[in-house]
Structure formats: C-alpha cells, structure tokens
Design a protein around this ligand. Structure first.
Ligand code: ZN
Ligand code: ZN
Length: 75
C-alpha cells in the first residue's frame, strides 16, 4: 500500500521500519491503535508480512480492527 506524507502529500519511501518523505525529509513510523479497546498496538514482522498485536486484548488483530496513523519520528 502506498503511503503519503500528511504535510505535502509526497510519496513516502520505505526505510526499514520507517518511512521517509523525500520532500520535507521527515521520517514517519506507522502506529496502530486497537479499534476494540483503544490501546496502542505492537507491530510484529514475520516472513515479510506484518501483524498487529494488542497487548490489552492479548491477541493478534486483523487489519480491519486496527486504526493506523503515521507519526513523525524525532530523534
Ligand atoms: Zn513531507
Ligand atoms: Zn485491544
């Protein structure tokens, strides 16, 4: 799935776990929130596929139960 910078709508480039905007040089990370309980979720990478795990529900969630957003990384 294609991701775009929320500021300038540029197409983001994949950089390991992060996404880089070539226009404003901002790095973003995808953060997931559980639609069932509202908790912040952990992203699990396995064999190229990514799954979302909710620590509060204590179970893996399907994409449809996860609200994802791009959060700027400041380091
Ligand atoms: Zn940008
Ligand atoms: Zn949950």
């Amino acid at each position: 799935m294609e991701k775009r910078c929320p500021v300038d709508q540029s197409e983001l480039q994949s950089q390991g776990k992060d996404w880089l905007c070539p226009t404003c040089a901002t790095r973003y990370r995808v953060q997931g929130r559980c639609l069932d309980c509202g908790a912040e979720m952990e992203r699990l990478q396995a064999c190229g596929a990514s799954n979302w795990f909710c620590p509060r529900c204590n179970e893996l969630k399907s994409r449809a139960r996860v609200e994802t957003q791009l959060v700027p990384v400041r380091e």
